[in-house]
Design a protein around this ligand. Structure first.
Ligand SMILES: [Zn+2]
Length: 80
């Protein structure tokens, strides 16, 4: 798979357990984050992404589009 969004995410995101989360419900103290793949911005502002997937520590965020595009490659599991 050759996609401009793929860099070295496999080193830390392959097979990870992800949570589907509203950004406002994050447990980190970050004011905003960026999608690990396309770098779109997550925040509580309307013009940014407000809902997506994150690692359990809310450190890495993945937007819905990238989640769909890469979920098979990365074999993510969703924590319900
Ligand atoms: Zn993305």
């Amino acid at each position: 798979m050759n996609d401009w969004r793929l860099t070295n995410q496999a080193k830390y995101l392959i097979n990870k357990l992800l949570l589907m989360k509203n950004y406002k419900d994050r447990t980190s103290s970050a004011d905003h984050d960026h999608c690990e793949f396309c770098l779109d911005r997550f925040s509580e502002d309307k013009q940014d992404i407000n809902l997506g997937y994150c690692t359990e520590d809310c450190y890495h965020w993945i937007c819905p589009n990238c989640y769909n595009d890469f979920k098979d490659l990365f074999q993510w599991k969703i924590k319900l």
